[in-house]
Design a binder for this molecule. Structure first.
Ligand SMILES: [Fe+2]
Length: 282
């Protein structure tokens, strides 16, 4: 007969083995932890552009798709603003989607943005979510919330900066009414330009203008699994993230991954992005 005490002892000292269920659970927790970390993690991308006709260097920061909502807390926007302050921008461009479904969130979003004081100002255009919030009634409230803290709307119009750069803002091409003729209407020949809009699909028109366009909207896929995510993104997959230029056309475009999230508070393979453009005279 085996010694029962020995059996118990053996059982006690048996090396711990994880069951398949425990392994799956650990994998899911690690994966979720990674998603959450990437959602919280901010990436600064830096781009140096040589611009003809510029009087002086100009540091432009683009913030896109803040999406203040139940899944993007005010303290995330606060971190974005603090990080932007450390980049010492001369001008900040806000390329839409300040809220997701409810305009009531614009107050806290704008409160954080108001901590930025770039010497050449902050300019904004609206995104599709800003138009669609409050059952398509919220755009005026979003716009008023931004203007209340000194952010200037640049919807289908342009603004000349002290450094000689002319900013050109265009309305959203999905939910607004972009008007390139009006936006580019006051140019003088040879003037250095920088355009911005929410939806990168407008590049199909803007590629004909001799300037860089900044856009957002795609979130870089937000949960980006190569070969899979683009299948669910219809036309948006054409300009998912990064730089684009069409052969034989003078314009170039940069698409930011944006900052906030929609649907689920998670990102993967598409980190939240603050884009810094260092413009220098050519
Ligand atoms: Fe968005």
């Amino acid at each position: 007969m085996p010694d029962r005490r020995l059996l118990r002892l053996n059982k006690t000292h048996k090396p711990a083995r994880l069951t398949r269920r425990q392994l799956l659970l650990a994998g899911a927790l690690l994966g979720f932890g990674g998603l959450v970390w990437e959602t919280e993690h901010l990436v600064v991308t830096r781009h140096r552009l040589e611009v003809q006709g510029l009087h002086a260097p100009c540091r432009v920061v683009q913030l896109s798709d803040l999406h203040r909502s139940w899944c993007v807390p005010e303290n995330f926007i606060a971190r974005v603003v603090s990080c932007t302050q450390r980049l010492n921008p001369d001008v900040v461009l806000l390329s839409g989607d300040f809220v997701t479904s409810h305009s009531s969130y614009i107050a806290s979003c704008a409160r954080q943005l108001s901590r930025l004081h770039p010497p050449q100002g902050m300019y904004a255009v609206l995104g599709n979510h800003d138009y669609r919030c409050d059952q398509w009634q919220g755009a005026p409230a979003v716009q008023e919330g931004l203007q209340a803290v000194g952010i200037q709307m640049l919807t289908n119009r342009s603004q000349k900066l002290d450094c000689g750069l002319r900013l050109v803002g265009l309305d959203d091409c999905e939910t607004g009414a972009p008007d390139p003729d009006a936006a580019f209407g006051r140019l003088t020949p040879g003037e250095p330009l920088l355009a911005f809009t929410h939806n990168p699909l407008l590049f199909d028109v803007l590629c004909g203008f001799p300037c860089v366009t900044l856009a957002g909207h795609t979130h870089g896929g937000q949960i980006y699994i190569p070969g899979v995510t683009p299948l669910f993104m219809d036309e948006r997959a054409r300009y998912l993230r990064g730089w684009f230029q069409k052969p034989q056309w003078p314009g170039r475009m940069y698409v930011s991954c944006g900052l906030g999230t929609i649907a689920i508070p998670a990102r993967f393979n598409a980190p939240a992005e603050i884009a810094l453009f260092e413009l220098v005279p050519a």
